[in-house]
Design a protein around this ligand. Structure first.
Ligand code: FNR
Length: 390
């Protein structure tokens, strides 16, 4: 029998015979609470916190909860294959690690550890954030040939953007994920109440501070005047003035696939297709930007119906467990991005913690597929669920 992701459960049970139990929960929804206890108030507030009173983040979970899986029986699920092709890339499963910035606030090995864990999980793509605490070249180096994508925060400064794209290309990042929902930072009370923003201390600015075009705009080297460097960063990080025609600049400077992250309205998805983009990520940034916003899972079916035949539709915001992955596929996503859970895994147990989280998620997804009567992600569809109209 071929090796299945689900076999992780036997590994765990066999380990138990030797007296070992997993260091982290197998129910990934419990990670947040553990992290709340073990991490400092600033970092955990930054990771777990959301916009406003947290209503969008709660809605993300509630929408996924509302949909219920209807299993089918007697369909020979003894051999299963989770691999998918997304944006021309062969992936071991319909999952990638979402771009999450400033990981050094939760663990000293930060992005390198998370990236290595993704690579160790048969090459689950790692999406490196523009706001990483480790320069993109350094992460690329620890990844070797493993699959990596680059997330762009589209800076006001054209030369810096151009330079980021060149550096990403040169370091083997294959897909460009452009996050459009963060031209300004959302209203985040947990951070505001502690006046906690790592970037202002030069944490999460590694790609900028190491960038030749960024440095060219400084009067003195970063180490001689770090405050000026932080101010220069803050002045260019977001650009609320951008409009759809500006995408031509990215198309011109990036030959590979481009995916727009943060799309929630079907008309924006259509505009993305018209602008020559390759995909969208239906996402509300984990509820961190607009409070009172639509749940990402509620926006997904309409976007998939609008552009599913023209664009690759990806999804994040609320994925916690294997059955959530199943539900997102049933609602029209081709693959999902996993966000906070892997960050909690990193915070609690470094690279091993991220590996644990990925393996649990994929084992549970594999079992959900099998126990619902599916051998591959492709056969999961709207009729696999009930409860959408709530
Ligand atoms: C994020 N996210 C994010 N997105 C992005 O495009 N660039 C980034 O640098 C970050 N940084 C970031 C930091 C932290 C602490 C979090 C929690 C999230 C958003 C991320 O990619 C993804 O959209 C959300 O994490 C999805 O929501 P859930 O499933 O994690 O709740």
């Amino acid at each position: 029998m071929a090796k299945h992701w689900a076999d992780f459960q036997y590994e765990i049970y066999l380990g138990g015979m030797g007296g070992a139990v997993p260091r982290l929960p197998a129910d990934l929804t419990r990670l947040e609470e553990l992290a709340e206890h073990r991490l400092g108030a600033g970092p955990v507030g930054y990771v777990a916190g959301s916009a406003g009173d947290g209503s969008t983040a709660r809605a993300n979970r509630a929408a996924l909860e509302r949909h219920r899986i209807v299993p089918r029986l007697l369909r020979d699920v003894s051999e299963r294959d989770l691999s998918v092709e997304v944006l021309g890339r062969a992936l071991p499963a319909p999952v990638a690690l979402a771009p999450v910035g400033v990981l050094s606030i939760v663990h000293p090995e930060a992005e390198s550890a998370a990236a290595q864990a993704a690579a160790a999980a048969q090459g689950v793509p790692y999406i490196l954030s523009s706001a990483s605490s480790t320069p993109m070249e350094q992460v690329a180096e620890v990844l070797g040939d493993a699959e990596r994508w680059f997330q762009l925060y589209w800076a006001k400064d054209r030369e810096v953007t151009r330079s980021f794209l060149e550096r990403a290309k040169a370091s083997g990042y294959s897909v460009l994920v452009v996050t459009l929902d963060t031209p300004l930072l959302g209203w985040r009370p947990r951070d505001l109440e502690r006046a906690y923003l790592p970037f202002l201390h030069g944490v999460g600015t590694a790609n900028y501070f190491s960038d030749p075009a960024f440095r060219a705009g400084l009067a003195k080297p970063v180490h001689e005047d770090p405050n000026a460097a932080v101010l220069h960063f803050a002045g260019m990080f977001g650009d609320p003035g951008k409009t759809w025609p500006d995408l031509a600049f990215l198309r011109e400077h990036w030959g590979g696939p481009i995916v727009l992250k943060g799309v929630l309205h079907p008309d924006d998805a259509r505009l993305a297709a018209d602008a020559g983009m390759d995909g969208v990520v239906v996402s509300n940034h984990g509820g961190r930007q607009v409070a009172g916003g639509v749940a990402a899972a509620d926006a997904l079916p309409q976007v998939a119906r609008a552009v599913g035949d023209r664009l690759t539709v990806l999804f994040d915001s609320g994925i916690r467990t294997g059955d959530d992955v199943f539900k997102a596929l049933a609602l029209g996503a081709e693959a999902v991005l996993l966000g906070r859970p892997y960050v909690y895994g990193l915070a609690l147990d470094g690279r091993a913690g991220v590996e644990h989280v990925i393996r649990c998620l994929l084992a549970e997804f594999d079992l959900t597929l099998a126990l619902s009567g599916h051998r591959t992600p492709a056969s999961v569809g709207p009729d696999s669920l009930v409860g959408g109209a709530g």
